[in-house]
Ligand binder design. Structure first.
Ligand code: HEC
Length: 228
């Protein structure tokens, strides 16, 4: 009798704990592949491919977790692979690549008014698929280069799908030097990527951008927002 009185609450606690740990976080993802057999030529999914997908495809109304247009969610590695539209080592059998090249605007991704990915961005996606579409996480950003060119590359890759010239979301246009300078000077841009309280965390629906990229933008700001 005494045993049951002790054991039952213990079982209850165990069940409660396991239920709590099952709570699903929409950002949940499998751990990056840290096999470390990378070369200088390896594409990094987490730091190079995912920002492109979140920045250009995972916006509200498209492939974010809430809208999931055509069941496709492009906000983390698992979801990208689970679309079934990436065939490792075989870009020509990967719909994720084919839709980037579509000339018909009704089929092309990202859909207008978001502009198509540029040649360099598409080539990087092809290279990632050719290398096996792995969940790689390689950090190779250099905080010693903090000119506007470096800032613009970060913004182009992580923000432009939602903050381009046509219909910029939240009224924040990041398509050129003076707009980027203006939003940085106001404190909004850095506040949003640092996830400061009271400012919408950016990139919306994605992970925080790498600390090293935030440092580059901060150093550029500290040096006087030069157009260099
Ligand atoms: C997937 C779409 C998306 C991406 C990618 C994105 N944003 Fe946003 N951003 C939004 C939306 C939508 C808003 C309007 C506020 C909201 O809905 O949270 C917004 C608002 C903002 C604001 C205003 C925040 C405020 O509280 O006043 C800033 C600054 C901003 N974004 C910067 C960025 C930067 C910098 C990046 C890239 C690192 C980025 N965004 C990437 C969708 C996006």
């Amino acid at each position: 009798m005494i045993k049951t009185q002790i054991i039952l609450p213990i079982i209850g606690v165990i069940i409660m704990l396991s239920l709590l740990s099952c709570k699903h976080n929409p950002q949940e993802d499998i751990a990056p592949d840290l096999n470390n057999n990378y070369t200088n030529d390896s594409v990094s999914f987490q730091t190079e491919i995912l920002p492109l997908l979140v920045g250009n495809c995972a916006m509200t109304g498209c492939h974010d977790a809430t809208t999931a247009a055509e069941g496709v969610v492009l906000n983390n590695y698992n979801n990208v692979i689970n679309t079934g539209k990436v065939s490792a080592f075989d870009p020509n059998n990967s719909e994720l690549y084919a839709v980037l090249l579509e000339t018909d605007p009704d089929k092309r991704m990202p859909r207008p008014p978001t502009p198509p990915l540029n040649q360099e961005q598409i080539a990087l996606i092809v290279k990632w698929i050719n290398q096996g579409a792995r969940n790689t996480n390689i950090i190779r950003c250099d905080t010693n280069t903090f000119n506007f060119g470096a800032v613009q590359t970060i913004v182009n890759n992580s923000c432009m799908g939602c903050h381009g010239n046509s219909n910029p979301q939240g009224g924040i246009n990041l398509s050129n030097y003076s707009y980027i300078k203006q939003e940085t000077q106001s404190g909004k841009l850095l506040g949003s990527i640092n996830h400061l309280l009271g400012i919408s965390p950016m990139p919306k629906g994605g992970n925080k951008i790498e600390a090293c990229k935030i440092t580059i933008i901060q150093k550029w700001a500290n040096a006087g927002y030069l157009n260099n």
